[in-house]
Design a protein around this ligand. Structure first.
Ligand code: PRT
Ligand code: ZN
Length: 226
């Protein structure tokens, strides 16, 4: 059992696409911090809210393990975490507390730009390069297609040219990366945006009150932006 904690701990991306906007959003709620020397931890000064700066992929696990109380992460990462847990026969543990409306992207299947798209059945028997094997697997199952996800943690778009896969399933925002690799998006399997993720149950030790206060300020900050 974890030690009692009377400060809220929020996980955000250390760098990458969502790190800076996440910090800006929290700062717009009136939060100020003192940074640790290694810049992995920010100690909250104006409110008992600390930040842990990590890789986005680690955020769901940190919340699930109770190391952090909430996090700002892409839905794509959250959904993949959830489906990976289910595949292990474990129940859902995290939920989306808020949708933030930025960091938007799609998880798309993309095929050779010269190929015709006739529908999901076309993917039967194909190797599909992706960093999101469980999310892809669910979609394939929903469409009754028997294909093989090939897990790649980077450079998914070049997999077809390297002969590692036949098609890809990757995040797309402008579509420029796909085009540069002679691929075209043909179907969307997940719409994603940055979300606030937290446990599906209330927090302990008075931290829910701090979380509620922070969420109220976040709602105000998000509304002001609109
Ligand atoms: O280091 P760390 O593990 O924390 O970061 P990361 O490299 O895994 O993630 P990062 O910073 O690239 O992305 C963080 C989150 O931003 C993702 O999980 C998504 O929720 C969101 N996001 C929004 C995107 C994109 N848009 C996006 N376009 N994440 C990645 N991309 C990549 C995509 O994978 C592809 O390589 O950008 C390329 C495509 O972009 P376009 O514009 O050419 O289509
Ligand atoms: Zn990552």
């Amino acid at each position: 059992p974890a030690q009692p904690r009377d400060r809220l701990r929020v996980a955000i991306q250390k760098s990458g696409r969502l790190g800076e906007p996440a910090r800006e959003l929290l700062a717009s709620c009136g939060l100020t911090w003192r940074e640790s020397r290694d810049k992995l931890f920010c100690y909250g000064e104006s409110l008992p809210v600390d930040l842990l700066l990590v890789r986005d992929d680690d955020i769901p696990g940190l919340i699930a393990d109770g190391v952090c109380d909430m996090g700002i992460v892409g839905r794509n990462v959250l959904v993949e975490h959830d489906l990976a847990r289910r595949a292990q026969g474990r129940g859902a543990d995290l939920t989306e507390w808020r949708q933030l409306g930025w960091g938007t992207c799609r998880l798309d299947v993309a095929i050779d730009e010269d190929q015709e798209w006739t529908g999901p059945e076309q993917l039967a028997g194909m190797r599909i390069a992706t960093s999101y094997p469980h999310t892809l697997g669910r979609w394939l199952e929903e469409h009754g297609v028997d294909a093989e996800p090939v897990l790649l943690n980077g450079s998914v778009e070049i997999a077809p040219r390297l002969g590692q896969a036949d098609v890809v399933c990757d995040l797309v925002s402008t579509g420029g990366t796909l085009r540069a690799n002679q691929l075209k998006p043909v179907t969307t399997i997940l719409h994603s945006e940055a979300v606030i993720a937290g446990p599906g149950h209330p927090l302990d030790d008075g931290r829910q009150e701090i979380a509620d206060l922070l969420l109220r300020r976040l709602d105000g900050a998000v509304q002001l932006k609109e």
